[in-house]
Design a protein around this ligand. Structure first.
Ligand SMILES: Nc1ncnc2c1ncn2[C@@H]1O[C@H](COP(=O)(O)OP(=O)(O)OP(=O)(O)O)[C@@H](O)[C@H]1O
Ligand SMILES: [Mg+2]
Length: 653
């Protein structure tokens, strides 16, 4: 036989071929090839025995690996085994195995190499010759299927030449355990296999979710879908909306592509029920959608903020002098508040008093601040400290002050100008060793002032009420916190810290009340909570984590308790590399949209388990809306075409 072999073709023949490419394969060559194929066994036969079989397992090779087996498919069956198709292997020893197409199907010519010179030449010269071929696919073995249908880790391997039969979508859904009441989308490779998330299971959403992907990869669309579905499943959803993207979700989408894409799946544009949706914005800040039917401003409570977290947010981490002074002022403020009956109060019932004393006694200042302490009160106290330090410096003595410094000291809180107020302050200022150094006090006050000027903390004059966390926790309620006008990530951090703490406390109360009584009625109202943190890298960045240790520890604690109290966090970011490893360590579920940065992918490969290499290879090339979805309730991670958003997204174009 004389196939063309590089360099072996006679010079004249080669020149002729270059000058006039063969349009048709010479008849003689065709016959010769066919004869060769026949001689080596002909086209692969239809697999034996089992009805519906589309192929059979191949013999193993030295490179074969556990939990993976190669299958061969007849030419006309290749399309029946697309990527992610589930198949049952009827092993010749009577055992049954289930597998999923993890790589391929690849088309390989029978008895020739696909890259043989002959085939390459024929193809590149416009030849029409198509030799008989077969399919090859790599199956990941999901397990051995026992007689009663349970799936167990395989002890053996399917024998060679065992037939494989594809599973129906309904059977595949059972095997892949994609059931749940929150619909995410369709598995790629199946006609109609829906991936859902169960909102009831404490082992799924309360063990936290990360939605990652480059810009434009479909994160917000996925989040919008998740919000709508979680609401419909009766969860309480809280969205920290950094860009104001979700401020129109109470209207159905009118985006042409989305409407069309929804229709293709038999879905309709749907709005969130407007009466179950509330749009919040910070005191003194705008919302991007003032037309929303339920807009509400909220303020933050300084008292909720741990003094240690406050120091981090104020940027005191680098200055021990300022930290010492901050804590000094904080302690004096607490004492003065007690003296003036602000907290704990005297004019209450004995029981209430005892309760307040207990709160003070059990207060963990790494968790929260002193009850009822306002920022303006702390500023008043720090100003008094400054005045005292200033006076002591000028008079050259550090001894007692007769009364609070009057000229320099003009408090906001009128209670400090009353005789009792002055007395309490004087006593407390004198009772302590006041650190001197006016410059440090001034620097601290400057920072406290800067925070005060944000005007987001509750004070009686402005009257914007603090957030009511119990409102956020109503089942089926969606609360969008529009932070688009906050202007500073410092402010977003404050809000996020406040909301996480507040929600966790309210959730704890609800659960404690239930646990005391075990009342069935109360159980029905226990909220399942999902908190979505958009642009999570801004809040929890690896660079910042050293400076925001306390805040991070709070998040970590909330995350760890989340499972007990059904509180799930969903971190959304386009820059997963900026998220500290510890954050991803808290997360058990992933929706990975397109990601291209090899470093990011390497990091994720170490974090997210169970995704095989062929699936990882696809992450960089995913289309918008496609994602690899990995949840603990599912048998294995799957490539999913996420459902389009039913509600209106502000930035969707
Ligand atoms: N599930 C989907 N089905 C169909 N199209 C989608 C889907 N998800 C995203 N798209 C398309 O991709 C575009 C970008 O999606 P989206 O705004 O959700 O991405 P993103 O990751 O949030 O981007 P950014 O980082 O800019 O916020 C959408 O406008 C839409 O055209
Ligand atoms: Mg987005």
């Amino acid at each position: 036989m004389s196939y063309f072999i590089d360099g072996a073709a006679p010079e004249a023949e080669r020149r002729q071929a270059t000058a006039a490419p063969a349009r048709t394969t010479p008849e003689q060559l065709r016959q010769q090839l066919d004869a060769d194929m026949q001689a080596s066994g002909g086209a692969s036969p239809t697999p034996p025995g089992v009805p519906g079989a589309i192929g059979s397992t191949m013999f193993d090779l030295p490179g074969s690996e556990d939990n993976s087996v190669t299958v061969l498919l007849a030419q006309d069956k290749i399309n029946l085994a697309p990527s992610q198709m589930l198949v049952r292997i009827h092993s010749r020893d009577g055992r049954r195995y289930l597998g999923i197409v993890a790589a391929g199907p690849f088309a390989e010519p029978d008895s020739l190499r696909g890259d043989s010179h002959m085939l390459v030449t024929v193809a590149t010269r416009g030849g029409e010759y198509l030799p008989p071929f077969h399919g090859r696919a790599q199956l990941a073995i999901l397990g051995e299927e026992l007689k009663d249908g349970t799936l167990v880790p395989p002890r053996l391997r399917p024998l060679p030449n065992s037939p494989i039969v594809p599973l129906s979508d309904a059977e595949a859904a059972v095997v892949l355990r994609t059931e749940g009441d929150i619909r995410l989308g369709l598995v790629v490779g199946h006609e109609n296999l829906v991936v859902n998330v169960p909102s009831q299971k404490k082992s799924v959403l309360p063990r936290h979710l990360a939605i990652l992907g480059t810009t434009g990869s479909g994160k917000s669309t996925t989040v919008a879908r998740l919000i709508q579905q979680a609401q419909a499943a009766g969860m309480a959803v809280i969205v920290l909306d950094v860009e104001g993207e979700y401020t129109h979700l109470h209207e159905p989408t009118d985006h042409d592509d989305m409407v069309l894409a929804l229709k293709e799946r038999g879905l309709e544009p749907t709005a969130l029920p407007p009466d179950r949706t509330r749009l919040y914005h910070l005191a003194g800040r705008e919302t991007i959608n003032p037309q929303h039917p339920h807009v509400q401003a909220f303020s933050l409570q300084f008292a909720r903020l741990s003094p240690y977290a406050a120091m981090e947010i104020l940027g005191l981490s680098d200055s021990e002098a300022q930290q010492v002074r901050f804590l000094k002022a904080y302690d004096i403020a607490k004492d003065v508040m007690r003296d003036l009956d602000i907290f704990p109060q005297k004019n209450v019932t004995a029981q209430q008093r005892a309760e307040q004393e207990r709160i003070v006694l059990e207060l963990d200042e790494f968790e929260r601040g002193y009850p009822r302490l306002t920022l303006s009160f702390l500023i008043d106290i720090a100003s008094a400290c400054l005045a005292k330090a200033d006076r002591a410096g000028r008079d050259g003595k550090k001894n007692k002050t007769e009364e609070p410094p009057t000229e320099e000291f003009k408090p906001f809180n009128s209670i400090l100008t009353t005789p009792e107020g002055k007395r309490a302050l004087t006593i407390r200022l004198n009772a302590t060793d006041m650190p001197g150094n006016v410059i440090s006090w001034k620097a601290l006050l400057g920072k406290l002032w800067r925070l005060q000027r944000l005007r987001v903390f509750y004070n009686e004059q402005d009257g914007v009420k603090p957030m009511s966390y119990t409102d956020l926790l109503k089942p089926g309620q969606v609360s969008i916190l529009d932070l688009s006008d906050s202007g500073a990530s410092e402010l977003n951090n404050l809000v996020i810290a406040d909301i996480l703490r507040g929600v966790q406390d309210a959730q704890d109360h609800a659960y404690q009340a239930y646990e005391k009584t075990k009342d069935q009625k109360l159980e029905a109202t226990l909220p399942r909570v999902l908190i979505v943190i958009e642009e999570a890298h801004e809040f929890l960045s690896a660079e910042r984590i050293d400076k925001l240790k306390i805040l991070f520890e709070q998040v970590a604690r909330i995350a760890k308790r989340g499972r007990k109290r059904y509180l799930g966090l969903a971190f959304v970011t386009q820059l997963p590399a900026h998220l500290p490893r510890q954050v991803l360590g808290l997360v058990n579920s992933f929706i990975l949209h397109k990601l291209t940065d090899p470093h990011v992918l390497d990091g994720l490969k170490r974090t997210v388990s169970g995704i095989d290499p062929a699936l990882w290879n696809r992450v960089a090339g995913l289309a918008p809306g496609q994602a690899i979805v990995s949840f603990p309730h599912m048998t294995r991670p799957l490539l999913v075409a996420i459902d389009p958003t039913p509600g209106k997204l502000r930035l969707a174009e």
